[in-house]
Design a protein around this ligand. Structure first.
Ligand SMILES: C=C(O[C@@H]1C=C(C(=O)O)C=C[C@H]1O)C(=O)O
Length: 402
């Protein structure tokens, strides 16, 4: 019997199945992660019966197949969703199960097929612990940041803020996820929902750690922001000196991490202009041959060293972090933390959790930050955080106050 085709018969769509699986997770106190990798047409979903708390000194390469979800604060607990059920979809159809995990998952779903009907999925939501960052307060933090760069306390700091918007009554998480996939082909699209963390939806352009088949390590330096308009010629986009320097600082930070472990052989490409949904950034790519350099657990080592990078915190790290703790005025939680699938077919794809929203019962809390250097203008940094929030806002399409 072909179990896959019968579950994905024409009347049951991918949206129906994703909705069913998410709702099943919520009904059973399971955790769930749904994602689509950049420039890829496959959507993945895993359900985890009991998410685990990870120690900070874990070895990524030794974890079972699953999804990591870590907050910005390195002292706070990281969550791991071990995959107990795993499915993937391409072209609106459930893919043939291949791995033992997919085969058992498929048989399980087949037994549930009579329960699957069209309905909206629920999700876990927790209480928000702080209010919106007021504009005056944000402008003030940016001005303080500029003053500290003048005093050479640090060269760059990345103050962020949060803003709640009301969800429309017909908000549908699977629909929002699909819209994010369509509008952000170069991003990791993710939805993570656990009883403890609540629900987070995102479309991040920033890869943190990628390991392919135990052999190739990649990371990127991403910074500099301007709006992208359909049809723009990327080759003729001009960048300000401020953006170029801001991105160069992230590059230098990555190179300083390589130096700390005496890794000298890496390829660096860029920076070049890239599209991230409604925005443009400058991006350089770093690649390391892990076998030739004999750094077989480079993914784990670099994750420890890189997070939080100068793209989301500042340079030097500790001075910028102290400043943010003192002045930012709220807990970032999972914004600017990291997330992604681990050990699916021997690959690790961990991204920085940017362009994300935390979903509450009837609101979404949007988060964004902007890199502040000596050349920053507070009002422009505020504008930058507004357009970054639009990546999610465009999809959530909230009821805006009149
Ligand atoms: C901090 C964010 O984005 C980061 C900061 C950028 C910048 O300052 O120009 C650009 C891309 C990201 O590295 C965010 O999206 O919240």
């Amino acid at each position: 019997m072909d179990t896959t085709t019968s579950v994905s018969s024409p009347t049951i769509t991918e949206i129906d199945l994703l909705s069913y699986l998410i709702q099943h997770a919520v009904d059973n106190q399971f955790s769930v992660a749904v994602w689509r990798l950049p420039n890829n047409n496959t959507r993945h979903i895993i359900l985890s019966r009991q998410h685990e708390k990870l120690k900070t000194d874990i070895t990524l390469e030794e974890l079972p197949t699953g999804f990591i979800f870590a907050p910005f604060d390195t002292a706070s607990e990281r969550i791991y969703l071990k995959a107990d059920f795993s499915f993937s979809f391409t072209d609106d159809g459930l893919n043939e199960p291949v791995t033992p995990l997919e085969i058992t998952s498929s048989a399980w779903l087949q037994a549930k097929r009579d329960e699957i009907k069209k309905r909206k999925a629920g999700y876990y939501h927790i209480q928000r612990t702080s209010g919106d960052t007021q504009k005056d307060a944000y402008l003030n933090v940016v001005a303080l940041g500029i003053a500290e760069t003048e005093k050479e306390t640090f060269q760059k700091v990345v103050p962020s803020r949060s803003k709640a918007v009301t969800l429309p009554p017909d908000f549908d998480i699977v629909n929002a996820f699909m819209k994010l996939c369509a509008g952000n082909p170069n991003a990791l699209i993710s939805f993570v929902s656990t009883p403890e963390t609540g629900s987070w939806l995102g479309a991040t352009p920033e890869m943190l750690v990628n390991v392919e088949g135990h052999t190739i390590f990649k990371t990127v330096a991403l910074a500099g922001t301007q709006p992208y308009r359909e049809g723009m010629n990327l080759k003729s986009v001009a960048w300000t000196q401020k953006d170029i320097e801001e991105q160069a600082l992230v590059e230098r930070y990555i190179i300083s991490c390589f130096k700390r472990i005496r890794l000298r052989e890496y390829d660096e490409h860029g920076p070049k202009t890239v599209v991230a949904g409604n925005l443009l950034h400058l991006k350089s790519e770093f690649t390391v041959d892990m076998q030739a350099t004999d750094f077989l657990q480079l993914g784990t080592t670099m994750l420890q060293l890189l997070h939080p990078t100068s793209a989301v915190c500042g340079m030097p790290l500790n001075a910028a972090l102290d400043f943010l703790r003192k002045h930012e005025g709220y807990d970032r939680q999972f914004y600017a933390g990291f997330l992604g699938p681990v050990n699916f077919k021997n690959n690790i794809h961990i991204f920085v959790n940017l362009r994300c929203a935390q979903l509450l019962e009837s609101q979404a809390v949007l988060y964004a930050g902007a890199g502040v250097t000596i050349d920053s203008v507070p009002e422009q940094e505020w504008e930058e955080t507004e357009i970054k929030m639009n990546t999610l806002l465009n999809v959530i399409s909230p009821v805006r106050p009149a």
